[in-house]
Design a protein around this ligand. Structure first.
Ligand SMILES: C[S@@+](CC[C@H](N)C(=O)[O-])C[C@H]1O[C@@H](n2cnc3c(N)ncnc32)[C@H](O)[C@@H]1O
Length: 152
């Protein structure tokens, strides 16, 4: 996290993991807790520390390249999570995905390359996708499309 400055977004924050503990541990960082479900956002608003704000909405509909880091834990299959997270991150930042054991790094690498990202860097169960350049035209795709027709 120290390698990548700027605001942080926890995409699909749900019950606040990892965004709430992270915001509490890094009170000087601005943290956005983003979730598509109103019920989850109501819960997040009750527990968010002062440096965290809650946004109700889908990743695919957020302003592009506003954050230094986008985090996702248990959001979706890793290629889909990568497609949702990378457009939110500015050049020089990174998307960081929590990985299951079965994650296919080649598929994630292929999605990352399509979205201005670099090769995935595994670190202790996390996968760091550095954002090397701007999000190409045509992304993000419309809500739901990444899941129905994954890029890889
Ligand atoms: C399985 S929960 C994981 C919650 C939390 N990150 C955790 O690890 O406990 C996935 C969450 O992602 C949210 N979600 C799914 N698709 C999303 C999208 N496209 N944009 C924003 N949130 C989304 C869901 O509403 C749900 O709260």
């Amino acid at each position: 996290m120290e390698r990548y400055g700027g605001p942080v977004v926890d995409v699909g924050s749900g019950g606040g993991s990892p965004g709430i503990p992270l915001a509490a541990a890094l009170p000087q960082r601005e943290v956005t807790l983003l979730d598509a479900q109103q019920r989850r956002c109501d819960f997040l608003r009750r527990w968010a520390p002062p440096n965290a704000r809650v946004v109700h909405g889908r990743a695919e509909e957020q302003p592009l390249e506003q954050w230094g880091v986008a985090l996702a834990k248990a959001l979706a299959q890793p290629p889909v999570a990568a497609e949702w997270c990378l457009p939110l991150v500015r050049t020089g930042g990174a998307a960081i995905l929590w990985l299951g054991e079965s994650a296919d790094l080649e598929r994630v690498a292929s999605v990352s390359a399509r979205l201005g990202g670099g090769p995935p860097e595994p670190h202790d169960g996390l996968l760091v996708l550095p954002k090397l350049g701007p999000t190409p035209a045509g992304f993000p795709r419309r809500p739901g499309v990444a899941k129905r027709r994954p890029l890889a």
